[in-house]
Design a protein around this ligand. Structure first.
Ligand code: SF4
Ligand code: SF4
Length: 286
């Protein structure tokens, strides 16, 4: 699968975003400072450093647990994709979720079927009204309008333990989304998608995928705050958005500039191939 990514800012510097134990502490501090300002003054963004992603899907597991997701609904996917052109190619893991686009075509498409089904919040999160966005017709309209794929899911009311002697308590527990608690039955028949864990943000917590990622690939914060970590990363011009020519202005960015290094380097000899994402090969200069 080929992806098109365009730089968000100035000339890219090659490498990974610095990350360490202090990164998460800093993001939490950034988040809590942002919550002190009116929601319309915040600009939530997610930045994913693909060099740090090891494809473990721990973020998916955390998301499913946080949002009590039923079978067939995953707010997030981690696909392996190829970047660059042969012979200078890289295979990378690309975690993907709803990009909370500033010009979201899904909102217009859904609201044309059921007015008020979707809306863009002042802080940028694209929200679904579970009471309104019900049935396959509106789900299919929004899905057709979304250019990114794997962002919207239909909740058909199934449970992971259907067909077993007992429905397990973890499936029956209430989940908190969009500012309130929902029983398992309530969102059944509705469209579902990532909302940057809005319920956790409200409580001063990072999205579940960000706080779980063992590779420290995930970054989150307020791009309207001049000193936040995400503002720093975007200002360095190292993050890119998918399919910029579509004009959807997504709020999810990818740090993929290290692929430029591979493209600029001489073609590898057949006896001198190195694994581009492999720390062992890089450590030994292979
Ligand atoms: S948890 Fe982090 S490293 Fe693992 S797949 Fe998700 S983004 Fe990648
Ligand atoms: S990624 Fe798709 S579903 Fe999410 S806001 Fe953008 S267009 Fe809508």
């Amino acid at each position: 699968m080929a992806l098109r990514l365009a730089p968000a800012g100035a000339q890219a510097k090659v490498g990974s975003v610095p990350a360490g134990a202090g990164t998460t502490v800093r993001m939490v501090a950034d988040l809590q400072r942002a919550l002190g300002r009116p929601s319309g003054n915040r600009r939530w963004v997610m930045v994913i450093d693909t060099r740090r992603c090891i494809g473990c899907s721990a973020c998916n597991v955390a998301c499913v647990a946080e949002n009590n997701l039923p079978p067939g609904v995953t707010y997030r996917t981690v696909r392996e994709v190829e970047l660059g052109e042969y012979p200078k190619v890289a295979r990378v893991f690309m975690p993907t979720n709803c990009m909370q686009c500033d010009k979201a075509p899904c909102v217009e498409a859904a609201n044309a079927v059921i007015p008020g089904a979707m809306k863009k919040r002042p802080d940028g999160i694209v929200e679904i009204d579970y009471a309104k966005m019900r049935g396959r017709k509106v789900f299919e309209a929004a899905t057709r309008a979304c250019p990114y794929g794997a962002a919207l899911y239909y909740d058909d009311g199934k449970n992971h333990t259907d067909g077993t002697p007992a429905l397990q308590p973890y499936e029956k527990r209430a989940a908190c989304e969009y500012g309130r608690s929902w029983t398992r039955e309530e969102p059944a028949g509705a469209t579902r998608k990532c909302h940057f864990c809005a319920q956790r943000l409200d409580a001063g917590l990072l999205p579940a995928c960000v706080s779980t990622c063992p590779g420290l690939a995930m970054h989150f914060g307020d791009a309207a705050a001049p000193k936040s970590l995400v503002t720093e990363i975007l200002a360095a011009g190292r993050a890119r958005r998918r399919e910029p020519e579509l004009g959807t202005e997504p709020r999810v960015y990818y740090v993929n500039d290290w692929v430029d290094e591979i493209q600029a380097a001489p073609a590898p000899a057949s006896t001198n191939r190195r694994h581009v994402n492999c720390s062992t090969c890089h450590s030994f200069g292979r």
